[in-house]
Design a protein around this ligand. Structure first.
Ligand SMILES: C[S@@+](CC[C@H](N)C(=O)[O-])C[C@H]1O[C@@H](n2cnc3c(N)ncnc32)[C@H](O)[C@@H]1O
Ligand code: SF4
Length: 491
């Protein structure tokens, strides 16, 4: 395989003027829309339009269910989550009651009834913090209410400490969940402590062993992070080898660490209490090593950050890739319905109050038009690596279609994208630089918050050797001042 940053004679390719140090799967959530602008009347009208089964962009639909609780907070994490209410089982049971109410609202809509379900994804936070009886109640309800529940792909997310409960694993297995996903992040105990994780190797072992004892045949998916504080290339290479040889996970989601300004991990680094991560050249080498090592060891790079033993993407990933409809259930969950998008309220109380008052929590459901849908397909293309020409052509009537084509052509010219007969495909160099490819499609529609964040996460080639990655400057101060405009995110 061609070497760009590793081996005896790397080419050191720098296809763009700057490296976008993080990928933007999180940014379309807030960086291109003023979410609070839409009126209640407009939301109600948009919801009423779902009484009509027509107007779909495609026939398939998936359901994402968010559970925003964790036993403790990891320093790096910016997902929507709340402190796990210790010994307050009643609150977690109540959260589950409202999940069921919101699921039932959507299932009663003619628009939803006319679509075909492809997947259910229960994510977080850490849904494994729910009492086992609540999980059982939720699954039991969905098994009766969701069409095709027995055959569609079903994913459950946990943190190792709570996921390991044998009775929880049994319920997951009994209801036919075929994907279990949880965070390992690093196998280096020192770094593990520095990023604020409280689980241990024995928790991780217990999850793998518990699933094996049950005869679970589904996918065991783990999250791994790289470019972590104080992490060296050799250290990362050793961790990856141990992960693959010791646990042989079916899927590895490998995330380059996102150091969001003024979130806890960034502050700890600025205060000198946690070491800086390595240089940008090292980051590029880590990305290349992930790609080469995992492909040599039986994995397929199904989407930019995902390596799977199966050659095909999961249904969950395909749903985002083809921009299928997604119904977001729970606090802070995101929906794509027709040409509309929404994010549910991120505070549990507001989410529940809205369900009591309107039957459904969204207060942001709004149309982004076909132009907006095209932009989102294109922003996600570098992550999903494939774009069918047929899908792209369906949007040729959009006003800025030619601009989009120009960007695509420029990515072919710099050697990150290849044109095939029926599709465009992102190659290895494009995977390594996929944050840049995404940014090029997003840049025209970014709002002020998005533009400032882009500045903070862009690294000039002249700085690729810099040892100190994070400093305070005007842009980071702007983010600190407007931190409420940088909302908590979900996957
Ligand atoms: C919902 S959690 C995974 C499940 C469970 N809560 C756990 O931590 O074990 C989401 C995953 O996103 C990744 N993630 C979260 N914040 C991140 C950040 N700032 N940079 C990179 N990856 C991040 C981590 O790999 C984390 O495991
Ligand atoms: S990484 Fe997982 S366990 Fe840690 S705070 Fe985020 S969602 Fe919770």
């Amino acid at each position: 395989m061609r070497k760009y940053y590793l081996g005896p004679e790397p080419s050191h390719e720098v296809p763009f003027k700057k490296l976008l140090a993080i990928s933007h799967y999180i940014m379309p959530n807030f960086a291109t829309l003023e979410w609070d602008r839409v009126s209640r009347e407009q939301v109600d009208e948009n919801l009423r339009s779902l009484q009509d089964p027509g107007g779909a962009l495609n026939d398939e639909l998936m359901m994402y269910i968010h559970v925003p609780y964790c036993q403790s907070f990891c320093h790096y994490c910016n997902f929507n989550k709340n402190h796990y209410p210790w010994q307050d089982e009643e609150r977690l049971q109540r959260y589950t009651d409202y999940l069921i109410k919101e699921i039932d609202y959507y299932l009663s809509l003619p628009y939803v009834q006319a679509r075909r379900f492809t997947a259910i994804y229960i994510g977080g936070g850490s849904p494994s913090t729910l009492p086992v009886s609540a999980v059982e109640r939720l699954f039991g309800h969905m098994a009766k209410a969701v069409p095709g529940f027995d055959t569609i792909e079903k994913t459950f997310t946990g943190e190792p400490r709570t996921l390991r409960k044998p009775d929880l694993l049994k319920v997951i297995h009994d209801y036919g969940f075929d994907r279990v996903t949880f965070g390992i992040e690093t196998l280096n105990p020192e770094i593990h402590k520095q990023i604020g994780r409280w689980d241990s190797r024995s928790d991780v072992d217990a999850v793998f062993e518990g699933l094996q004892k049950l005869g679970y045949k589904g996918d065991r998916c783990v999250d791994l992070m790289y470019d972590l504080p104080g992490q060296s290339l050799v250290g990362f290479q050793e961790e990856l080898a141990t992960l693959v040889e010791h646990y042989r996970p079916d899927e590895i989601d490998a995330f380059g660490t996102v150091y969001l300004p003024y979130r806890p991990l960034h502050k700890l680094i600025l205060d000198g209490r946690v070491p800086q991560p390595g240089s940008i050249w090292q980051l590029l080498r880590m990305r290349e090593h992930l790609y080469d090592y995992l492909l040599e060891n039986g994995y397929h790079n199904t989407i930019a950050e995902t390596y799977s033993r199966k050659p095909q993407r999961s249904m969950y990933q395909t749903a985002h890739c083809a921009r299928q409809d997604i119904i977001g259930i729970g606090c802070a969950a995101r929906s794509n319905i027709k040409d509309m998008v929404s994010i549910n309220p991120d505070k549990v109380d507001v989410w529940m109050n809205n369900i009591d008052q309107y039957g459904v929590s969204t207060q942001t459901l709004q149309s982004i038009g076909r132009g907006g849908v095209l932009d989102r397909i294109m922003v996600m293309f570098p992550r999903y690596k494939e774009l069918s020409k047929e899908l792209l052509d369906r949007y040729s009537d959009v006003e800025h279609f030619e601009q989009v084509e120009d960007v695509l052509r420029s990515h072919i010219e710099v050697g990150c994208v290849e044109e095939q007969e029926d599709r465009y495909v992102v190659n290895k160099l494009g995977v390594i630089w996929h944050g840049n490819l995404q940014t090029d499609y997003m840049e025209r529609s970014l709002n002020l918050q998005g533009k400032v964040l882009l500045k903070v996460i862009s690294e000039k080639e002249s700085d690729f050797d810099r040892e100190e990655r994070f400093k305070v400057n005007t842009a980071t101060r702007f983010i600190a001042k407007h931190i409420d405009k940088y909302p908590k995110l979900m996957k």
